[in-house]
Design a protein around this ligand. Structure first.
Ligand SMILES: Nc1nc2c(ncn2[C@@H]2O[C@H](COP(=O)(O)OP(=O)(O)OP(=O)(O)O)[C@@H](O)[C@H]2O)c(=O)[nH]1
Length: 321
């Protein structure tokens, strides 16, 4: 056995840490804006809910001012993912609404750090191509091939992925199911390197800073489209006319108008004997009460504003800028 040597330094007590003692380098914070885009029904809302968690808690905006509507914030380890809203876009008719929305989409996408472009795995329709055409050239665009669970043989997806590679210089290809927790968790890891190193915009537990009023109109809109199916054109919108808090915030009295373009659409929403409108109102109320944790009195009106989608002036008055 070799003789044991004693290093005199080992006998000395460890030096007390001083402010100059180098420590393990702290992992820098990352934070960035992410947009989720795709044609209707590809799973954007499902993915969004899975990414930020089911319950949307309404917290007020903290430090950062941004011209985007923030739909949710999620912090995972050192990285904060800030999701922004991109208004839907109507491809069928070339009205002012479409042009305005497309411009809004493009200006939103020009500002974000990552764009998630959702399609259904194995599919690429002309409508998907129109959405893809709006993608900014110099931003990482991540292809999310959603609803992977509908593909029974993974090998079938390979030629499709190769085709998608030709269509755009995607930063990443992520076949996944927004409905699978493990896939969603994996997505955070894939996106993290694309977030710039900078301080977080929000407190760690902030989920969203969308205003309650905006959420209310979105919830009514969601019920409206759910209960009218495909019958109603996308150009219908919801405007909050009255918003009052009563009993020290324990009760909200809300009055909202659903604005449509034609009398026929109005009839469609109201339904026989007013049944459909009643259902839209009661479904929305139940969800609002759960979300805001208070009682809600909701009054809904249907108004016809013929041709409102045709002028950009009107759009501005409805908040599409
Ligand atoms: N099988 C399967 N279905 C999914 C998945 N993700 C979403 N869906 C379903 O697809 C349908 C559309 O999902 P949404 O999240 O509403 O789609 P969207 O893109 O937000 O739709 P719009 O609001 O119309 O733009 C719903 O029935 C979802 O349950 C998935 O990973 N697998």
């Amino acid at each position: 056995m070799p003789p044991t040597t004693v290093n005199p330094d080992d006998l000395l007590p460890a030096p007390a840490p001083t402010p100059d003692t180098p420590e393990a380098p702290a992992v820098p914070q990352r934070c960035g804006l992410i947009a989720i885009v795709g044609q209707p029904n590809v799973g954007k809302s499902t993915l969004m809910n899975a990414l930020v968690g089911q319950k949307i808690s309404i917290t007020s905006k903290k430090a950062q001012t941004t011209r985007h509507r923030i739909t949710g914030v999620r912090t995972v380890d050192e990285a904060q993912f800030v999701f922004v809203d991109t208004p839907g876009f109507q491809m069928k008719h070339a009205t002012a609404l479409n042009r305005t929305l497309n411009r809004t989409v493009q200006s939103t996408l020009g500002d974000v750090d990552i764009v998630l472009f959702l399609v259904e795995a194995g599919r690429f329709s002309p409508a998907d191509a129109k959405v893809l055409a709006l993608m900014p050239a110099h931003k990482p665009v991540v292809l999310i091939a959603n609803k992977l669970d509908n593909i029974h043989r993974r090998a079938d997806l390979l030629p499709w992925l190769q085709q998608m590679q030709q269509r755009h210089a995607f930063a990443e290809f992520v076949p996944m199911s927004a409905t699978k927790r493990a896939d969603v968790d994996r997505l955070f890891g894939i996106l993290k390197p694309y977030l710039p190193e900078q301080e977080w915009f929000y407190e760690e537990d902030a989920l969203t800073d969308r205003s309650e009023k905006f959420l209310t109109s979105e919830i009514i809109r969601e019920k409206l489209f759910r209960l009218t199916g495909d019958e109603l054109p996308y150009t219908s919108t919801v405007v909050i006319d009255k918003w009052e808090e009563e009993e020290g915030g324990l009760r909200r009295r809300i009055s909202a108008s659903i604005v449509v373009e034609r009398d026929a659409h109005k009839g469609m929403i109201i339904g026989a004997g007013g049944e459909r409108l009643k259902r839209i109102g009661s479904d929305a109320r139940v969800e609002l009460e759960r979300l805001m944790e208070c009682r809600v009195f909701l009054e809904l009106w249907v108004k016809v504003r013929s041709g409102w989608a045709a002028t950009e002036e009107h759009l501005r008055s409805y908040g599409y800028e």
